[in-house]
Design a binder for this molecule. Structure first.
Ligand code: SF4
Length: 473
């Protein structure tokens, strides 16, 4: 049997379906973040059901029997679960409603409904197909207003237009699933994120052509045509952008390249005391706090290391453990610690700056402090992004997790229970909303504090290593 989700997997990449059917999916790639997305999907589905019951049912004066949810349908080799099938009293046909957690209709939604349509049309007289998705600009007031939370789009024509294609593709998907062996390797342009990369690239070098900064499909094809997969085998005369050329040069040299005058110049823009700061956030699909929209990032935690010109280092932290909106305390506590002088040192400025901007929109009383913070931000990541300091071990990535082991090898994320932002988000959600004991919550709280502290301390260490370099000029 080919299910709807298997069919979508096939459309994503036929080999994913084969890998799934033959137990070859790399389960390590199904991480906390994917689980978080699936939880969000359930939340949206719950509200979508309420929308259909409260709004559509009342609008069309329908009885319970005229609406069905989670309808399982099968047709020989195919099976699907339909979010909702609603009788339309004006056409005397059934309409399909698909509830999605996105903020727009996506191409996959149309394929998804077309797959269902082909099965359903054998049993029901179908009318229209709709996608119910979240409105981007709905702001939660006192209570959730379902009529404002969702947008609804009629996608009937889009679905009807692809029925023949889907009929053909679903048969091909069955063939792929039933094949005992795999066809020749296919080429995709983002194998690093693949859930079964070993099927296509059992010997993908640790540093491959796919690591080249902003590599285009055309360049990938050209390199593969010449059997080049290892990053350092990219020929020197291969057409590259300046950033790509530098990345290749560093990789071939095998050691770092540092533009010391530029580094000195960049660091001269910094003013003491230095406030090394990092935020953690949670972005629920369904807003639950007054003033927030779907997927708004709720800032729940920060870590702050303050470094004085004399070298004194102090640490402060904040974490919200209750369901209430953390933003006011979050900002007030920072306001008490950040004076009107000094640079705010961040890694990837756009993240913290956008959070500050959003907080000032929701709480205008903090807007001048938030704007002030943004105007004093110094993005430490820029030193690496601009390749003022480049090292082969960065492999074209400017993540702090790649830079830290080079500049400060004794400091590592490896021993931490939480090692990245997505895990922090899921951990915080479990701590605040999860049905777990107080001692379990306390363990998560400590792990979150440890993780965020590491992020700001890592910045301090990276900064201090950079300063040592310019002092040696
Ligand atoms: S590496 Fe690319 S082509 Fe191969 S299975 Fe993964 S996504 Fe598909």
């Amino acid at each position: 049997m080919l299910s709807k989700s298997n069919f979508l997997m096939y459309l994503d990449c036929p080999r994913h379906l084969w890998a799934y059917a033959h137990g070859k999916i790399d389960k390590r790639k199904i991480d906390e973040y994917i689980r978080h997305l699936s939880d969000q999907g359930y939340e949206v589905e719950k509200e979508g059901v309420n929308y259909i019951n409260d709004i559509i049912k009342k609008r069309d004066n329908l009885s319970d029997k005229q609406i069905a949810f989670q309808v399982n349908v099968t047709d020989d080799q195919f099976q699907a679960r339909v979010d909702s099938l609603v009788f339309n009293p004006f056409t005397s046909k059934y309409d399909i409603y698909e509830i999605k957690s996105s903020t727009k209709v996506e191409k996959n939604h149309i394929y998804d409904i077309a797959f269902q349509w082909l099965i359903l049309e054998k049993e029901y007289e179908l009318g229209n197909a709709y996608v119910l998705y979240l409105k981007k600009d709905y702001i939660l007031q006192e209570n959730l207003d379902l009529s404002q939370l969702f947008s609804i789009s009629d996608v009937t024509n889009d679905v009807l237009n692809i029925l023949d294609y889907v009929k053909q593709a679903r048969s091909e998907a069955i063939d792929v699933m039933n094949n005992q062996t795999l066809d020749l390797c296919q080429t995709c342009y983002k194998p690093k994120d693949c859930i079964c990369i070993d099927l296509c690239h059992p010997k993908l070098p640790e540093y491959s052509i796919y690591d080249l900064n902003r590599i285009t499909p055309k360049k990938i094809d050209l390199l593969l045509e010449n059997n080049i997969l290892d990053f350092t085998e990219i020929p020197n005369n291969f057409k590259l952008t300046d950033i790509q050329k530098n990345q290749l040069e560093v990789a071939k040299l095998g050691h770092e390249i540092i533009d010391l005058p530029k580094l000195k110049d960049e660091l001269s823009n910094i003013e003491f005391p230095l406030y090394f700061i990092d935020y953690e956030t949670y972005n629920p699909a369904i807003p639950y706090l007054h003033g927030y929209k779907a997927y708004d990032q709720i800032p729940f935690q920060w870590s702050l290391h303050i470094l004085t010109e004399q070298g004194g280092l102090s640490h402060f932290e904040f974490i919200e453990t209750l369901v209430a909106d953390p933003a006011p305390f979050f900002i007030e506590k920072l306001q008490k610690l950040i004076s009107n002088q000094g640079s705010l040192m961040v890694w990837n400025k756009s993240f913290e700056a956008s959070r500050n901007k959003r907080i000032s929109e929701i709480y205008p009383e903090y807007s001048s402090f938030c704007e002030e913070m943004n105007s004093r931000m110094f993005d430490l990541m820029d030193i690496f992004k601009k390749q003022i300091y480049d090292h082969p071990q960065f492999k074209g990535s400017y993540s702090i997790k790649n830079v830290l082991p080079v500049l400060s090898p004794d400091l590592s994320y490896k021993s931490l229970k939480i090692q990245h932002g997505a895990a922090a988000m899921v951990g915080w959600k479990d701590m605040v909303f999860g049905n777990i004991s107080e001692s379990e919550k306390e363990i998560i709280r400590k792990n979150l504090l440890e993780y965020c502290k590491q992020d700001t301390f890592a910045m301090v260490r990276i900064y201090q290593e950079l300063v040592k370099l310019i002092h040696n000029i």
